[in-house]
Design a protein around this ligand. Sequence first.
Ligand code: FES
Length: 232
Amino acid sequence: MIYSQVMETGGKDMSANSKQKHLVIFQPSGRRGYIREGTTVKEASRQLGVDLEGICGDKAVCGKCRVRIEEGFFEKYGIESSRKHLTPISDTERKFSNLQQERSGYRLACQACIQGDILVFVPEESRMEKQVVRKAATDRAIDLKPALRKYYVEMMAATLDDRLGDWERLQAELSREFGLSNLTIDYQALLTLQNVVRQGDWKVTVSVWMGKEVIVQQLQKVSAVKIAEFVE
Ligand code: FES
């Protein structure tokens, strides 16, 4: 087990010139230490040497850093852990969990900030795989499941006779070309859509998150129709 080097008073770090620090324990690794208030759980994991998944630079896009915050007093670890010891869950975080998971204490580690002692369980899917050195190279098919994909589309320009909105026009093209249906669009992306499609002469590259939501559009054309931006 690793303990951070802090002065402790009654289970809390009260070092001079610092914010209060709180006890954070990660399971199943058992790594623990005192972490400064306001630090994200993800940053705490880095400080304590726990490898957590995450490929979006802590921007709440990939949803891979999910952890579960345990509730109650754990005598074995000497910790009173509470989900209230984190900043409240945001709407952005809610995109990555249903009500049941939320009630079970699941949070995005890159968004939840520490405000008290917590016991953090890292589910298997959120643990970063250790690098494996193979003795001999072999051919192996890898099934890529990117969280974000880029799609290049050429839209029909609006005319006086065809007054379909830009978003409806883009949806129709993504459905026709790539079979993407029931898409939503990020609010910021929607605000810029009109300018982007006109500046790009009705040619646009869009990034689609998890096949569900358009989150960015760009003017430039990409060479491949689908490009994995982030790869699992
Ligand atoms: S690191 Fe991507 S959502 Fe947290």
